[in-house]
Design a protein around this ligand. Sequence first.
Ligand SMILES: [Zn+2]
Ligand SMILES: [Zn+2]
Length: 269
Amino acid sequence: MTEASPLPKAFPGLVDSHCHLDFPEFDGKMAEVREEMRENGATHALCISVNLEGFPKVLGLAESYDNFFASVGVHPDHEDRAAVDPARLAELARHPRVVAIGETGLDYYRVSGDLEWQRERFRAHIRAARGCGKPLVIHTRKAAEDTLRIMREEGAAEVGGVMHCFTESQEVAEAAVSLGFHISFSGIVTFKNAGALKEVACKVPLDRLLVETDSPYLAPVPHRGKTNRPGLVRHVAEEVARLRGMPLEDLARATTDNFVRLFEPPKWS
Ligand SMILES: [Zn+2]
Ligand SMILES: [Zn+2]
C-alpha cells in the first residue's frame, strides 16, 4: 500500500497519538487500516472523540481492538454550543479504555464571534481532567495566548497532557512544556513550507515528544492531499527523526515510552 522500505526486525513500534477513526471515511475499512499500520510498524493508536454523540463509536473502536484507546471530549469547533458538564465528562472517562480528556482547546480560526462559550467549554474539560486524573488532549489554533492562560488559570499542569497537531512557535512550545505538557507533531511537519515548525521539532525535549496523524486530515508527504491513515505516522516520525539527526528506531522508542508514561494505557502489549 505504501512504498516505504521494510522495517528492522526489532523495530520498537510507533504510536499514532491522535486520529479520528470513527469518521465515515473509515467505515468498513478497519481491516485495511490495521494492515497498513502493521506494515509500517504503527503498533497502537489513540482514537480521539470530538463530541459526545460520536463518543460511543470511538469507545467501540477501543473496546474492539486491544491496540486502540479512546479519549472523551467535545472539540472547540463542534457547533452545538451547549455547556459541557465536567462531572459527566469525568464519569465517561472512568471507563478503562478511555485514557484522556479531549480533544478540547480553542480555535479562533475556524470559529468566530463571541467565543466565550468555547473558553468555558475548555475550562470544563480541564476541570473534568482534574476530576478524574486523566491527561488532556489540547487543540489550539490562532489562540495560543488564551489557551496557555486558561491552562494556567485552571491548573492544567496538575494532569498534563499533549498539545496536539502542534503548529505554534518555539515560545509556545516552551510554555506548554513548562506546564508539564507534551508536544505532538502531525504531517504538517513534513510539508515543505513548514520551516519554522521543523525548527521547533528539533528543540522539543525528547522526553516530551509525540507523533500523530490526525487522520483523516493532514496526510504527510508523500501522501499529501489524500485521506490520512494511522500507518502514515511513520512518515511523520521519519521526518522528525531526520530533523533531529537520530535513527528512526530511537525516535520510535522515545515517543512510544512518552505515550505510555503519559496516558498509562491498559493492557499494553
Ligand atoms: Zn485538533
Ligand atoms: Zn483531531
